[in-house]
Design a protein around this ligand. Structure first.
Ligand code: ADP
Ligand code: MG
Length: 453
């Protein structure tokens, strides 16, 4: 028998472990444990949840055992047992599959995914460039070191820039390693939750989302305004987070700012990582096009790729769409893919885009909203830095997005002449090259203009 009583013995062990274990793990898994009994050279430690018991058993057992031996001055087996209101116990043998009190939990292998995965969306087919390397690295870390490095991982970008692609890539990689994932969208999650409530199956619903090793949730902005679903999601999120399971979320950027949900998550789980995807630069756009053309087995001359990459800047989805269109036209007309053919094919596309027009006044209002400035101030004479920036951005977008001439833009913006407008547009473009925030502003404003309604 060790000379200390089990509670005191374990307290001393905790004191040692506190300096050995990462603070987050200690806080989550060790802090609320207590030494309950010591019989037959076996110390029983009570944990507050089955997750903590399993985590300690699987991840920290050798360290715990060593520390116990050191403090007790004799080797002891350690057994983690869940507090009385939970019924399960995790045995000492590492080979033993943890037994769970409610059977639906944590089955190993793959539960039916809530949404299907696209087999082509893998890390291999994802082209990494300046615009997305951060988000890519975060996704890789989530897949390779699930729950250990950054949790949650948030991928945020405008539409069509690769969020879903990265999420699927994480799923494929985790499954390859023998882990289990659940992939869903906020919308799907909401629908299932509503059904679960109606059918009295909320517990089953919980188990489905907390069971797998990794939860991947696409498009979380769809939660905004759905309070009850958000609450449930937070609950599940907490449970996953505490048991060291990886969570990866994606969200569109909204024109204003990140949604309240994202903010809320960020303030509560600040240890996560936000991976941002910007619109790809020309070089990356070219590389993506080249890769897509190769995947389709279609030989496309470099000059055509360059033409497409220059014309379509906003989203990779549009980029891919244009390539597909060009290839389709070539196939239908049985002609080789040349620059001329591509230019023709693109003309139709441009015409289609022009049809969805925003009124100049609405554009100015949108920019005003984005910078939290009244539109009149943007049109007015003030040279204050922030106001001038908003004004210049509005001018650029009126010119580039609505196709107004420089003089027309001048007229809309409070009667300025065309050279002033020209100067302003060039200035914004020059600044945007060096200033990521301004670039992000432009991306989200352009997206907002694309959005119907
Ligand atoms: P999002 O979810 O951000 O709206 P998606 O992930 O659906 O965007 O991407 C749109 C399309 O663009 C997909 O076909 C995807 O494969 C492709 N894509 C986006 N980024 C890349 C990239 N870096 N490399 C290769 N393909 C990409
Ligand atoms: Mg998506």
């Amino acid at each position: 028998m060790p000379f200390l009583q089990p509670p005191a013995l374990w307290q001393a062990v905790l004191g040692e472990l506190q300096v050995e274990v990462a603070r987050a793990s200690y806080e989550t898994f060790l802090k609320d444990t207590r030494g309950a009994a010591c019989e037959d050279h076996r110390l029983t430690v009570v944990t507050p949840s089955p997750f903590a018991a399993e985590y300690l058993q699987q991840k920290l057992y050798p360290l715990v055992k060593r520390t116990v031996a050191k403090v007790a001055k004799e080797p002891l087996e350690v057994r983690f047992s869940v507090a009385a209101n939970e019924s399960s116990t995790v045995g000492v043998s590492a080979a033993q599959v943890p037994h769970e009190s409610n059977g639906a939990h944590r089955q190993h292998g793959l539960p039916p995914p809530a949404l299907p995965l696209n087999a082509r969306y893998t890390f291999q087919t994802f082209v990494v460039g300046k615009s997305n390397h951060f988000a890519h690295a975060a996704a890789v870390a989530a897949a390779e070191y699930s729950g250990q490095k950054y949790n949650p991982v948030f991928i945020i970008s405008g539409v069509g820039l690769g969020k879903t692609h990265l999420l699927h890539a994480v799923a494929h990689r985790v499954m390859q390693r023998g882990g289990s994932v659940i992939y869903t969208s906020a919308e799907q999650f909401t629908n299932e939750f509503v059904t679960a409530i109606r059918e009295g199956r909320v517990q089953e619903f919980n188990a489905k989302f907390t069971g797998p090793d990794v939860l991947l949730m696409d498009d979380v902005y769809a939660f905004s305004g759905k309070e009850q679903t958000q609450e449930r999601f937070f609950h599940i999120f907490n449970e996953l987070h505490q048991s060291g399971k990886q969570i990866v979320l994606t969200s569109d950027r909204t024109p204003m700012e990140l949604t309240s949900l994202v903010e809320r998550l960020r303030s509560r789980f600040g240890m996560g990582l936000i991976g941002d995807i910007q619109t790809p630069d020309l070089e990356t756009r070219l590389a993506i096009l080249r890769s897509k053309a190769e995947q389709r087995g279609a030989p496309v001359p470099d000059e055509v790729l360059a033409l497409l990459a220059r014309r379509v800047q906003r989203s990779v989805r549009d980029l891919e769409g244009t390539l597909n269109r060009v290839l389709a036209v070539a196939e239908m007309t049985n002609a080789p893919v040349t620059k001329e053919l591509a230019a023709n094919a693109l003309e139709g596309l441009a015409a289609r885009h022009e049809r969805q027009v925003t009124a100049p006044g609405d554009l100015v209002a949108l920019v005003g909203k984005h910078y939290r400035l009244p539109p009149d101030m943007l049109r007015g004479p003030s040279r204050e830095k922030k106001i001038a920036l908003g004004r210049h951005v509005a001018m650029l977008l009126l010119h580039q997005e609505l196709g107004l001439t420089l003089s027309e833009v001048g007229r809309v913006m409070g009667g300025r002449d065309h050279s002033t407008v020209d100067h302003a547009c060039k200035k914004v473009e020059r600044y945007a090259n060096a200033d990521a925030v301004l670039r992000a502003d432009l991306v989200s404003l352009r997206e907002a203009l694309q959005r119907p309604g």
